[in-house]
Design a protein around this ligand. Structure first.
Ligand code: CAA
Length: 396
């Protein structure tokens, strides 16, 4: 067993870290205060080659492995959750799912533009009454000639106002398939499409989240991903990729908490000594270091399973569940260590606290992952190999 990262991984970590600190952090406090998102961040990420990470060179990507995607997410979330959310939605949920399920023609049609950021992709599964109960979809697709006509509404969609295209999961009004679901790539410039931002979020305030609506929106049949009946499986496998990016990003929050707390604990003096000398503070720092180490091991393993073509739904859920809880715990402790300074945005830890709470809700709540882990252990949930997998790495 080899635990070392390659020189390429280290280089990717270094450049993602530099990008986060120079391009994201400088005006972040203002953007977060004003709840101001912009497309410029997406463009900068595209220019820096981040949106092509873990995409084969033949589709215009960087040809790097799947662990590289996790490392980029970790370093971006060390800067800010909103930048990592872009990777989760565009690269994880959208591009990788297209790589797993798309026909060769579909991959050639969309991946090169997605890999360079000329097209921004997003994912639309959740509805007002279909969150944890993801199959309770009301959005419908009706076959009409060589198109499908979509009607319905999706909510809590990251990049709702910025994405050029969405991977949308719908219910089919009529089908011979066993499961009545289908997945489509939907272009926002289609008549019948509209979006609306959600305001007043607790966290991820510098990021765009919204609702999208389909009103008699006609989508060509060749935009279907997979076959009729595959929609729910496409959604679940998308979550195998999205949850991986959330799990790796959560490690970045823990590191950011340590980045803030270690100098603070060394500088802040109480009763004549730095608070870092107090055992209760040491306990909190030690627990953050523990969360970071366990979190990395968990997500590196999932990255390796992706590289080697193994089903990783169970391991990915474990990583997302464990790391998001550890990140929220670290952020709570970071606020505690900063005392009253942790309660205002003079220091970044209050933002980590708010942002890390969100990750325990999206891409499967803490409770959903708890149930999944129990069901795997009890033998109630199947872990059988999947018929459709991501391409293994190295890409051929
Ligand atoms: N890949 C491919 N296929 C899969 C799969 C996967 N990872 N997981 C399951 N499937 C297949 C199964 O094999 C099964 O197929 P067969 O019938 O042919 O055997 C089928 O899908 C149904 O699977 P399950 O029986 O496991 O499905 P379930 O109904 O038990 O799932 C659940 C229950 C796990 C709780 C699921 O509903 C779930 O994950 N809910 C949470 C949804 C969620 O995470 N939403 C987040 C929205 S996205 C978001 O938040 C992003 C954002 O923008 C912020």
């Amino acid at each position: 067993m080899d635990f070392s990262l390659s020189a390429e991984h280290e280089l990717i970590r270094e450049s993602a870290h530099k990008f986060g600190q120079t391009e994201i952090v400088p005006d972040l406090r203002e953007r977060d205060r004003e709840a101001r998102s912009d497309r410029a961040t997406l463009e900068k990420m595209g220019d820096a080659g981040m949106l092509g990470i873990s995409i084969p060179a033949k589709y215009g990507g960087s040809d790097t492995d799947y662990i590289s995607l996790g490392i980029v997410c970790e370093e971006l979330e060390r800067a800010d959750s909103t930048a990592r959310v872009v990777m989760s939605v565009h690269s994880g949920l959208h591009s990788l799912t297209l790589m797993q399920w798309g026909t060769e023609e579909q991959k050639q049609r969309w991946l090169p533009s997605l890999a360079t950021g000329k097209l921004i992709g997003a994912f639309a599964l959740t509805e007002p009454n279909a969150g944890s109960d993801a199959s309770n979809l009301k959005t419908t697709a009706r076959k009409d000639g060589d198109s499908y006509v979509l009607n319905g509404q999706k909510t809590w969609i990251s990049l709702a106002d910025y994405a050029d295209q969405f991977l949308v999961i719908t219910r089919l009004t009529e089908t011979q398939a066993k499961a009545p679901y289908a997945a489509f790539i939907v272009n926002r410039n289609t008549p019948g499409f509209s979006s609306r931002a959600i305001h007043g979020k607790l966290g991820v305030r510098a990021g765009n989240t919204g609702e999208i609506f389909f009103e008699d929106m006609r989508v060509p049949a060749d935009c279907m991903i997979g076959e009729e009946g595959d929609g729910f499986k496409v959604a679940m496998s998308a979550l195998d990729h999205g949850r991986y990016t959330v799990a790796s990003g959560a490690v970045g929050i823990i590191t950011a908490c340590l980045d803030a707390c270690v100098p603070y604990a060394n500088d802040r003096t109480v009763q004549g000594e730095p608070i870092g000398k107090k055992q209760l503070v040491q306990q909190m720092i030690a627990s953050m270091a523990q969360g970071r180490e366990i979190g990395r091991l968990l997500y590196y393993k999932v990255g390796w399973m992706k590289n080697t073509g193994q089903r990783h739904t169970r391991e990915c859920s474990m990583a997302k569940w464990t790391n998001c809880a550890a990140a929220f715990d670290a952020a709570n402790k970071a606020v505690e260590i900063h005392g009253a300074y942790g309660f205002c945005d003079e220091f970044p830890v209050e933002r980590y606290f708010r942002n890390s709470r969100g990750a325990m809700i999206y891409e499967g709540t803490h409770e959903i992952h708890t149930i999944m882990q129990a069901e795997y252990e009890l033998g109630y949930r199947s872990d059988k190999p999947l018929a459709r997998m991501l391409p293994t790495w190295p890409f051929s």
